[in-house]
Design a protein around this ligand. Sequence first.
Ligand code: HEC
Length: 162
Amino acid sequence: MTHPARIIPIASFALALVVACGGSEETASPAATAESPSTSAQAPAAAASEPAAETDSGVSVDVAKGEQIYATYCGSCHGAGGAGDGPAAAALDPQPAKHTDGEYMNALTNEHLFKVIEKGGPAVGKSALMAPWGGTLSDAQIWDVVAFVRSLAVPPYEGSVP
Ligand code: HEC
């Protein structure tokens, strides 16, 4: 209970600062938004803080190893840089996810990414063209590749892995 209550006033304060620095006549409507942040401000804050809090498992990740794993097992479809443009992508329907697409990827939790990599697309309601890698990759390797996938996002992923 105390955590969301702390986050909201800070978010409102930050928003108020931005508004104040704007300094134009337009302050009226953004200020009104800042006074009722319960829906707009709360959702991103919760999305960013939940995964880190819930998966504080002491796992340490190695992004460089994740990059190698990605190049070996994922780039053929997702593209070496994660833009969804690997050599095999053209033949696939649906298309491989664009891991560079931060708008989409940053909304997914670490657990979701781990699960879809370990168990394949159907485990999260996605296409079976996204195969399960749990038989090939260890849990530690999956976390490494999750960390690399996170590093591709534009705009950047702000949370931690795991
Ligand atoms: C055979 C091609 C192929 C390979 C190889 C592949 N993927 Fe995918 N992947 C896909 C496709 C196709 C989708 C889109 C599934 C959908 O939208 O239903 C996808 C989706 C994803 C998603 C997004 C899931 C979501 O919820 O939107 C992630 C994350 C992902 N892949 C990670 C990986 C990683 C990491 C590897 C390597 C270990 C990998 N993929 C290897 C085809 C592939």
